[in-house]
Design a protein around this ligand. Structure first.
Ligand SMILES: C[S@@+](CC[C@H](N)C(=O)[O-])C[C@H]1O[C@@H](n2cnc3c(N)ncnc32)[C@H](O)[C@@H]1O
Length: 369
């Protein structure tokens, strides 16, 4: 098994640097895609008679977002059942993530979650069974023709592994100085992984089953700084620490982030080449980072939005997702120092560029019959 798939997980628990406390941006992405999820489920529900509605959320992580899809699907189906005058189905949800995911914290939140659903829906809603399905979504997770709907939010930009190409020693991702062979190797890895993902899901979905995916994307025409800047500043920070002998150079040379942000065209080409799905929608939503931070911080009743707050927010967003991998490669001892330095770089970046944006791809697919 690939070590990255064993080591990768978001920061556990409920602490200051946990994913649970630093995933507001991801929650906003789910909100952006909700209408498309609704469209996909309503279509499905109108054409396939469903007694037990089987739904998988791939890369669910932990924290408040982990059960968000369950709640959204129950709402959507409840509404469709009333409109179509149908008896609501029984629900079976499968929450998937890698083996290191903090499934325990999801399990602990289930009794309270069930109470809220029961209070909201009463007897109207069909019974709801929630299961965990640990494992990589780059392998089979379910039997043939089993699922009605697959969802994956903000997870598919994680590759099964970083490309093994040489020549990117001082960086941890793609930058303007990265050799073209490395850019090509990342794109090839994405093509291979995404194609495999589609093939596996097409085996697991029932004919006409639906799938909605969101992932970090890249806008070819984008002139402002995108998420790659945030990733590459991790490399610059680590490189500074190598120069000060705080990190061994060899550790940096052998490390690249297993992340890729495809353009709309790159994603479309793989979907068409794989061939099992009809493309319903493929959209790119540009998220203006500063507005999102403002909203997110205000969500938490903090109106004092200065440069430091913005940099702190961005640093914690990156730390919650990347720390476990970085810790495994560079050791726990340097983590606080790394992220103090990283935050200073983000302060500089915000002062220089003012506008940080990133693009999210939203893809809606139907399994061909
Ligand atoms: C940024 S989190 C998104 C979590 C959640 N869907 C949300 O929107 O908040 C990405 C998740 O994808 C998971 N992931 C990455 N690669 C995966 C794989 N190959 N199989 C299953 N899960 C994976 C990570 O462990 C992580 O929990």
């Amino acid at each position: 098994m690939d070590t990255q798939q064993v080591l990768l997980h978001m920061n556990h628990g409920m602490g200051d640097n946990s994913y649970a406390h630093n995933s507001i941006i991801q929650k906003k992405v789910m909100r952006e895609a909700k209408a498309i999820v609704e469209e996909s489920i309503m279509r499905l529900y109108a054409i396939i008679p469903i007694h037990c509605f089987k739904v998988a959320d791939l890369g669910c992580s932990s924290g408040p977002n982990a059960l968000q899809l369950v709640s959204n699907v129950i709402d959507i189906v409840d509404c469709s059942s009333s409109n179509l005058n149908l008896k609501p189905p029984v629900f079976q949800f499968f929450l998937n993530d890698l083996f290191g995911n903090d499934f325990n914290s999801i399990f602990k939140s289930l009794p309270q979650f069930s109470e809220i659903i029961e209070e909201k829906k009463g007897q109207k809603c069909g019974a709801c069974f929630i299961n965990a399905t640990p494992g990589t979504f780059y392998k089979r997770l379910f039997p043939n023709n089993f699922l009605h709907f697959v969802h994956s939010s903000f997870s598919l930009h994680w590759l099964s592994q970083a490309p093994k190409e040489l020549g990117n020693e001082e960086n941890v991702h793609l930058t303007s100085t990265t050799p073209p062979a490395m850019h090509k190797a990342y794109l090839e890895q994405f093509r291979k992984d995404f194609k495999l993902f589609l093939k596996l899901r097409s085996q697991e979905l029932v004919p006409k089953g639906g799938m909605v995916l969101t992932l970090i994307g890249r806008d070819k025409t984008q002139k402002t700084h995108d998420i790659r800047t945030a990733w590459s500043l991790i490399g610059t920070t680590l490189n500074d620490m190598v120069l000060e002998n705080l990190i061994e150079a060899i550790k940096l040379e052998s490390f690249d982030l297993p992340l890729y942000d495809p353009t709309i065209e790159e994603a479309k080409e793989v979907i068409e080449d794989e061939g099992s799905f009809t493309l319903q929608r493929l959209e790119s939503v540009i998220l203006d980072w500063s507005t999102n931070i403002k909203e997110a911080v205000e969500d938490e009743n903090n109106n004092n939005l200065d440069l430091n707050t913005k940099a702190e927010f961005t640093t914690k967003f990156v730390r919650a997702a990347l720390e476990p991998l970085l810790k495994a490669q560079f050791g726990e001892k340097i983590m606080d120092e790394l992220f103090v330095r990283y935050k200073n770089k983000i302060v500089q970046l915000i002062m220089e560029v003012k506008l940080l944006e990133f693009s999210t791809l939203i893809i809606s697919l139907i399994k061909k019959v």
